[in-house]
Design a protein around this ligand. Structure first.
Ligand SMILES: Nc1nc2c(ncn2[C@@H]2O[C@H](COP(=O)(O)OP(=O)(O)OP(=O)(O)O)[C@@H](O)[C@H]2O)c(=O)[nH]1
Ligand SMILES: [Mg+2]
Length: 611
């Protein structure tokens, strides 16, 4: 047996477990979730088979067929057919099929076989198939398909043993290439039916539990009520569980800062360490638990199979604002960060629907805004219980998320009326089985999220914080100065310059200044405010400083600004990459700026009039 590298591509319908299999084989940590369209890029990993042979594995986006109607399906087709730029065709295609849903998945297996390349069929999710009493005659299936067939369980350790043994052996011969004409495609259905009758025995009722749950979750009235309650409770929980932990960390850093301050001689260095690092970075780090609690719920919902149901429920509503349920998942990913959300739009077929989704994705509240919200809410919104149970702070947070969503609906609605083509597309979406989330998957997801946050913190946020500290410290106050030193710093000058733009919406120069680093990474607004106010040196903690020096109207205006404000630079870059148009970048930035400014202006002026 040769020790040369074997290149293997994993293909199959969406949500059949390709990425789970990829992670199991390569030890990777790619995102796995219970809905179609999770993977939208080609990902590569490798492992060494028992024989010593190196296997290079490609994880590909799921595809329903090779008619390649969406950008992610096109990638899969091109890689398999050997048309992907700069890449040789794979030596072996492992076609993954969900054993509980062969009626759907076998069709694609037949399509893959027609490419005329060596193929192995992996019947995945055999654990669920067995527990549902689905019996598959594997040798017979293999004989009829004329392909090697193995059983796998991608979520169990050792669940890919049969597959590894098979791919470590001889590469099976390729089937002859078959032309793809209309007639032969019609045959596929007949062939699938024949295969199923001959090799699969289904129990009469396969998914009773799913059906029972769906009667409630898909109900036009109860379904929406359930969705609203679920979302609302998540935000309450973020506050109930995340906030105390955040306070603890924030307090810990404050305490450490004080002790370090006592050890160091007064001077710029002490100010950098105490105000910049402990004050700035420490404050941002304090919000990690809030983010993790939110993601715990998002990941759990993602694995449960509930999300596509929510998309289905909201489809009618989304159509009325010019979107489809298809946009739901990319928009939902944007709650983590607009970047994966915008990339996720690759699974949307219609180019106009895709552009609309890309333009509104940054209105979804990304996790980088959470520290800003949490800081301002903590400083300005009292802990007050509405109806004795709901924390007002949680309610305000929920309202901010809602503000983003409503803004997105408004923009979608406007775009629907601007564009000439008013065609609508019916939502065809697969509803996956409900699944109990696995602690391990959720833990991996949280770890990944946490690491992303920490990398940002020790990278861009740290850099910007040091820069902000520098700008607020130098040059020092001139002799005979009457104002605090910071008013004479570079920061003071820049901030006051910006104030010409932002005074009408209630931002003082410190806030205006903090908006600049926030354009690179939003969390930095928190660190920047901390640095500016702590270097200014008036108050003990940032919350008190803010509450003491910013009027309520400005604080609310700032919260609203962050709900709509122009996206960060990386988001603009990804919009350029995904749409290949500077025009879209300009539209996206421009409309969000106008929207944020208008909304903040209204909130500021109204609050001022009322208080
Ligand atoms: N019970 C069971 N669940 C599985 C198995 N393999 C995958 N899953 C689950 O199936 C869901 C989909 O898995 P993914 O690996 O994301 O599927 P995918 O094929 O990569 O999906 P796309 O990237 O959307 O095409 C996840 O919830 C997995 O946890 C399996 O063998 N048994
Ligand atoms: Mg995947």
């Amino acid at each position: 047996m040769s020790a040369s590298t074997l290149r293997i591509a994993l293909v199959g319908n969406p949500n059949c477990g390709k990425t789970a299999l990829f992670n199991l084989l390569t030890g990777g940590r790619q995102k796995v979730a219970n809905y179609a369209g999770v993977t939208v890029e080609r990902k590569e990993g490798r492992f060494t088979a028992p024989s010593g042979r190196v296997l290079q594995i490609l994880d590909l986006p799921g595809a329903y067929s090779f008619d390649a109607s969406s950008p992610d399906e096109q990638i899969t087709h091109d890689v398999c057919a050997g048309n992907y730029p700069g890449e040789a065709p794979p030596d072996l295609i492992v076609c993954v099929a969900d054993a509980t849903n062969l009626r759907l998945h076998l069709r694609f297996v037949l399509e893959v076989k027609r490419l005329g390349r060596p193929v192995v069929l992996a019947l995945n999710m055999m654990d669920t198939a067995r527990s549902r009493g689905i019996a598959i005659d594997v040798p017979e299936l293999s004989r009829r398909l004329d392909l090697p067939v193995v059983e796998t369980v991608a979520v169990k350790r050792g669940g890919a043993r049969a597959l590894i043994e098979r791919v470590d052996g001889e590469v099976p011969p390729a089937a002859p290439v078959q032309p793809d004409d209309g007639a032969s495609r019609a045959d596929l259905h007949a062939q699938v039916r024949e295969l199923l009758t001959a090799t699969v025995r289904m129990p009469r009722a396969t998914a009773e539990l799913d059906d029972a749950l769906d009667r409630w979750t898909l109900h036009p009235v109860f379904g929406l009520a359930i969705l609203a309650v679920v979302m609302f409770l998540v935000f309450q929980a973020v506050y109930a569980a995340g906030k105390p932990m955040s306070d603890l960390i924030g307090g810990g850093f404050g305490w450490m800062g004080e002790h370090v301050a006592a050890l160091m001689p007064a001077g710029p260095l002490r100010s950098l360490v105490v105000d910049g690092l402990f004050g700035g970075i420490g404050t941002v780090l304090g919000f990690l638990p809030v983010i993790l609690v939110l993601f715990f719920f998002i990941l759990t919902l993602e694995e449960s199979g509930y999300l596509p149901r929510a998309a289905f429920l909201l489809d009618r509503l989304m159509l009325s604002v010019g979107l489809t349920g298809r946009s739901f998942i990319p928009l939902l990913s944007s709650f983590a960060c607009a970047i994966p959300g915008i990339m996720g739009t690759r699974s949307i077929q219609d180019p106009r629907d895709r552009i609309t989704t890309i333009l509104i994705a940054p209105l979804m509240t990304c996790s980088a805004r959470l520290p800003v919200y949490a800081l301002l809410i903590g400083a300005f919104i009292p802990v007050h219980y509405v109806f004795g149970v709901f924390n007002l702070q949680g309610v305000v947070l929920f309202a901010l998320y809602l503000a983003g969503i409503l803004g997105a609906m408004l923009v979608g609605w406007v775009m629907k009326h601007i564009r000439r083509d008013k065609s609508e597309h019916a939502l065809l979406m697969e509803l996956p089985s409900y699944r109990l989330p696995k602690a391990r998957d959720v833990a991996i997801g949280l770890y990944e999220r946490g690491m992303i946050f920490l990398r940002r913190l020790t990278g861009v946020i740290l850099g910007l914080t040091v820069l902000m500290w520098f700008l607020s410290t130098f040059p020092g106050a001139p002799e005979g100065a009457t104002l605090p030193a910071i008013d004479y710093s570079f920061a003071g000058y820049i901030g006051r310059g910006l104030q010409y733009i932002f005074a009408p919406i209630g931002f003082n120069w410190q806030i205006s200044l903090a908006l600049i680093p926030a354009f690179a990474a939003r969390e930095t607004a928190v660190a920047a405010l901390a640095t500016v106010y702590l270097v200014g040196g008036e108050a003990e903690g940032l919350s008190q400083a803010l509450a003491g020096q910013i009027p309520l109207a400005s604080a609310l205006s700032l919260l609203v600004w962050f709900a709509y404000a122009p996206q960060c630079m990386s988001t603009l870059a990804i919009i350029k990459r995904e749409t290949d148009s500077w025009r879209n970048v300009a539209i996206s930035f421009g409309y969000m700026f106008v929207m944020a400014y208008t909304a903040s202006f209204i909130v500021y002026q109204v609050t001022r009039a009322l208080t």
